[in-house]
Design a binder for this molecule. Structure first.
Ligand code: DOR
Ligand code: ZN
Length: 351
């Protein structure tokens, strides 16, 4: 039966989060339950301090994540390696053999939080990238240039022109996820590329354009990288996410920072969405008249791209407006989620 335009309940296969920051220590313990409540698996980003550059470090981090899970939680962390200019092809072979590392992440050096050890040019990382292609790992890409003379709003578009197009051309079998796309150009590029190229889209880039962040005052909790763009781009992202095209899938980029680090003269980049991420995506899909496509985006397309089976288990969203807390505990500090103090129209039913 087709779904009514505004149903009261929505049953989906358990979704996965294909791009997530979990941090470490007390921060990890604070944010992990919110993700594990909703998502069955997540691709865990490696930009810790120090970054996760070896399979050994990824295995130790995975063990800390598993140890921090609430009792009874069924959640599988899928680990990533942080690529540097010096990542050896052997490390990629070991990653593949580990079974728990599924992707390697390229941060252009200086692009974002803890990216200082990232790659200074894709050419320098070529041995590792060739090994990723050969061994069938996924290359996860922060797609922005960092050149000082490129405007922050153009950094993704310029990355596509200068680097991504060539990377795709030179590595026809390389599976690439262009993470957290923010522009029409990125959506078009991914759509036009082969089936080996896909993209994740965050809830904030589907719901808000830069006006929401900047008009009437600066809202630091909407500041993330790549930065929110103009409305035409948001619409292009909504069109891509709701198109049913399996190249586009859910990746929250939930990126926790303590309140004081966000509300600061030089605030950190990152939106904290984990406690309400699926609910926010449901709003975006409902506003686009595409709730019937949410399951594909949230629960099927990413698994297919990563070569994993979707979950058999279901989750239920109910139309039950609730007020998002103004903040959550975050170790000894607090953290402000997206939509803090505001109403969200969907709620995940207790499972
Ligand atoms: O806004 C962001 N925050 N973008 C990133 O790429 C990294 C992330 C973080 O780790 O805080
Ligand atoms: Zn991220």
């Amino acid at each position: 039966m087709p779904l009514p335009a505004h149903p009261d309940r929505l049953v989906l296969r358990r979704p996965d989060d294909w791009h997530l920051h979990l941090r470490d220590g007390p921060a990890l313990a604070a944010v992990l339950p919110a993700t594990a409540k909703t998502f069955g698996r997540a691709i865990v980003m490696p930009n810790l301090r120090p970054p996760v550059v070896t399979v050994g470090a990824a295995g130790a981090y995975r063990a800390r994540i598993l140890a921090a899970l609430p009792p009874g939680a069924r959640f599988e962390p899928l680990m990533t390696l942080y690529l540097t200019d010096h990542t050896a092809a052997d490390e990629i072979a070991r990653a593949r053999a580990s079974g728990f590392v599924v992707a390697a992440k390229v941060y252009p050096a200086g692009a974002t939080t803890n990216s200082d050890s990232g790659v200074t040019s894709l050419d320098r990382a070529e041995p590792a990238i060739a090994a990723i292609e050969k061994h069938g790992l996924v290359l996860s890409l922060h797609g922005e240039v960092t050149d000082a003379d490129v405007d922050i709003y153009d950094r993704e578009r310029v990355f596509i022109d200068r680097s991504l197009a060539r990377l795709v051309r030179d590595h026809p079998a390389l599976r690439i996820v262009v993470e957290h796309i923010t522009t029409r150009e990125a959506a078009q590029f991914v759509e036009a590329a082969g089936a080996n190229v896909a993209a994740t889209i965050t809830p904030q880039h589907l719901l808000w354009s830069r006006n929401a962040m900047l008009v009437g005052g600066v809202r630091p909790h909407l500041y993330c990288l790549p930065i929110l763009k103009r409305e035409a781009h948001r619409r292009a992202l909504v069109a891509a996410a709701t198109s049913g095209n399996p190249k586009f899938f859910l990746g929250t980029d939930s990126a926790p920072h303590a309140r004081h680090a966000k509300e600061h003269a030089c605030g950190c980049a990152g939106c904290y969405s984990a406690p309400l991420a699926l609910e926010l995506y449901a709003e975006a899909f409902e506003d686009a008249g595409a709730l019937d496509r949410l399951e594909g985006f949230a629960s099927l397309h990413g698994a297919r791209f990563y070569g994993l089976a979707p979950h058999e288990e279901r989750v239920t969203l109910v139309r039950e407006p609730w007020t998002v807390p103004a903040e959550y505990a975050y170790g000894a500090e607090t953290i402000v989620p997206l939509r803090a103090g505001e109403t969200v129209r969907w709620r995940l039913a207790a499972g």
